[in-house]
Design a protein around this ligand. Structure first.
Ligand code: BGP
Length: 461
């Protein structure tokens, strides 16, 4: 029997600082690793959607759409321009104003502490490979809890730690770290997130904090047991590794054996695992876009095959798994798979493994939206996509999964990591293209009005 969305369900939407704010070196902000990107054919992050200067207008639109929650990230470099040095009061003030504005409309702020934008100064000193970055993160976390903890109840430590490890290019300007270094970065992030989790519980009364990895069920291509094992292994390495450490306080054996065999095991210092085990997340943020399908590896030098723009790590790894085509699924204009039922599968698997409430922190459709002559943006494909996913979320709730909210990606158009403004996700259109900033006007898409109705009815009617 289909259960209703619970009362107080956090219908919301998401963004991240570097993809939406712009003002990349204004008011004392330091540079992050993202500010070094000078992509040739897409917009850079210097101006983005200029949310920094349109903040009040944007929050007003959130309120008009009826949003109950807004998931955004704080730019570490606005608060601590060097990552761990002086505090920048103007940066503190920007988020004070944003949070006050949200609260004044009754919108629950959901804050990601770190979303891909490591301060450049920390990167230059070794980034996440260095234990100093753990201390810097803890210092930053203290400032956030102290300053905003009176109004922010929901915190997310690190966005998509697994994507940062599996797709390191965008986070590591210059030399791409080796896999061994990446797993060391990963371990250091676990320690940093654990320390922040413990601090949040000490400093924020009624504070709730959790990780926000990109989790997706992995399907075997065929019922051939060797494919099932490959899918199982890859799910443990790509997904469970991150939640097992964050929630259960331990590395799972499949991922650990994989790291040992490949020579990737990180250095774990005395006391790390105790801290990690002590930190207990209150909920799990789930970024879900699509499932992945794999087959047994052939181990003949052809298992790893890069696939165009698809973030689902469908590249294969020699001797571990091989990416396979799933003939049952449609694709978006950008070749990302669409699998709404897969979201139900994923939510059920997470819930059964961790028994924690979940908040969908990202899910959405990137498309080539166009402003038409009537001044509208017609995006029926986005409505259809979200309708199907909301329905599956409701089925997951009916299965007993504790889902507390749903924040699609993204509230407003922002810079897509690979396709700039050629690929848009928002409910609100931003009138700019790749290079010309035009007037940056905000235009409500058809999906804006549709989502407004969904929120009003607390679900699909
Ligand atoms: C997630 C990231 C977001 C966002 C989204 C869409 O992995 O957390 O920051 O970018 O994917 O990806 P893209 O912009 O590449 O289409």
């Amino acid at each position: 029997q289909l259960k209703a969305f619970p009362e107080g369900f956090l219908w919301g939407a998401s963004t991240s600082a570097y993809q939406v704010e712009g003002a990349y070196k204004e008011d004392g902000k330091g540079l992050s690793v993202q500010d070094l990107h000078e992509p040739k054919d897409i917009a850079d992050f210097k101006v983005a959607s200029d949310h920094y200067h349109h903040m009040k207008e944007d929050v007003k639109l959130m309120a008009e759409m009826g949003m109950k929650a807004y998931r955004f990230s704080i730019a570490w470099t606005r608060i601590l321009p060097d990552g761990d040095g002086e505090v920048n009061e103007k940066g503190i003030q920007f988020y004070n104003e944003l949070i006050d504005e949200l609260v004044s409309y009754g919108i629950e702020p959901v804050v990601t502490m770190y979303h891909f934008d490591l301060p450049l100064k920390l990167h230059e000193k070794g980034g996440w490979c260095s234990r100093n970055t753990i201390d810097a993160f803890v210092k930053y976390a203290k400032i956030l809890f102290e300053t905003y903890g009176d109004r922010v109840k929901y915190w997310l430590t690190i966005n998509e730690q697994n994507v940062m490890i599996n797709h390191p290019n965008a986070m590591n300007p210059g030399r791409i770290p080796t896999k061994k270094e990446l797993y060391q970065q990963c371990h250091n992030m676990f320690v940093a997130a654990a320390k922040a989790t413990i601090l949040c519980h000490e400093m924020v009364s009624n504070g709730k904090i959790g990780p926000a990895p990109n989790i997706t069920a992995i399907y075997p291509e065929k019922c051939n047991p060797a494919d099932v094992i490959a899918a199982d292994n890859w799910e443990s390495i790509r997904c469970w590794l991150y939640l097992d450490v964050a929630v259960h306080g331990r590395y799972n054996s499949i991922a650990w054996v994989y790291m040992e065999e490949k020579g990737y095991t990180p250095v774990i210092e005395d006391g790390d695992m105790e801290i990690i085990a002590k930190a207990k997340p209150d909920f799990i943020g789930v970024n879900y876009y699509a499932t992945a399908t794999v087959s047994e590896a052939r181990n003949d030098g052809t298992d790893c095959q890069p696939r165009n723009g698809d973030q689902q790590v469908m590249i294969g790894e020699e001797g571990v798994y091989r990416a396979a085509k799933n003939n049952y699924l449609e694709e978006t204009q950008f070749g990302w798979l669409i699998d709404s039922i897969g979201m139900r599968v994923t939510l059920r698997r997470i819930y059964d493994r961790y028994h924690l409430p979940m908040l969908i922190t990202e899910n959405g459709l990137g498309a080539k939206d166009k402003l038409t002559e009537d001044g509208c943006v017609h995006d029926p494909y986005r409505i259809d996509y979200l309708k199907r996913h909301f329905h599956q979320a409701q089925l997951a709730i009916s299965d007993g999964v504790e889902l507390i909210g749903y924040c699609p990606w993204s509230f407003i158009d922002l810079v897509s990591t690979h396709q700039g403004y050629g690929k848009r996700y928002g409910f609100v259109y931003v009138n700019r293209d790749e290079k010309d900033l035009k007037n940056m006007a905000r235009i409500k898409k058809d999906s804006f009005y549709w989502y407004q109705e969904v929120i009003k009815n607390n679900g699909l009617s």
